[in-house]
Design a protein around this ligand. Sequence first.
Ligand code: 1HE
Length: 264
Amino acid sequence: GNPILDRAAANGVALEMQGAVAVVRLCRPAKRNALNDGLIEALRDVFQNLPTEAGAAVIHGEGDHFCAGLDLSELKERDAGEGIHHSRGWHVALNAVEQGRVPVVAALHGAVVGGGLELASASHIRVADESTFYALPEGTRGIFVGGGGSVRVPKLIGAARMTDMMLTGRVYNAQDGERVGFAQYLVPTGSALPKAIELAARIATNAPLTNFALMHALPRIAEQPADHGFFTEALISSIAQSAPEAKARVRAFLEGKAAKVQKS
Ligand code: 1HE
């Protein structure tokens, strides 16, 4: 139906709606979902053109691995100028994931390496199964991250751990990855995708302004001086509160009609 989404599917990124959840799949399993230029453009196009009925999205990879990172076969002949534009193209695509219309949950399994880890880091929540492993082989390949990893990965695990990964080639397994902050959920092998869809379906029921505030205000506040952060927080919280939907949800709680917070 939609020519942009049809082209993305032909380039290896498929979109399927499951209720209000947009399920985005990297489908280049023979190359371990390595990200060539076509795939990066397809990712950008899909996240810039999510159907309006989508309230949240999930991203996952077909086959045994989430994503093997940059397609190294494309790196051969690029000069410095082309390299800058290539990296900027990744930034646009991964910004479309991070700063799009809806929160994105990444379902991780197998290799989450190099550019694959950069993509996972652009998502809002990461659910990893026990087969997941994380690495930044850029260091040992004589290159550097170029897909926003130097900005986003330290926010998850800290600059010291990222430096170690790149200098020594250290690989984190699923348990250690959850412990250091790559993933927010660790689930049995094979169940990352259903868990991610379950979380996304729940996220899609939130008030849209709450999701907007979390995606767009929280990361900006994190980079503001405290005084600016408090001010931005006051603005965004008052805007969220003033929505009719927020009033209805608070009223429902006060009338005993909404769920209490349950001890987990
Ligand atoms: C690839 C790529 C790739 C696989 N580019 N072709 N990323 C890396 O340095 C990771 C490189 N890949 C691997 O270490 C392994 O392939 C995996 C651990 C991910 C998976 O292992 P395995 O045994 O399941 O698969 P395989 O046999 O190694 O790979 C299957 C095929 O995929 C094979 O091609 P074939 O034609 O011989 O079948 C591989 O060559 C191919 N393949 N990964 C190209 N990455 C914006 S800057 C970001 C910078 C980076 O991301 S650098 C890190 C790149």
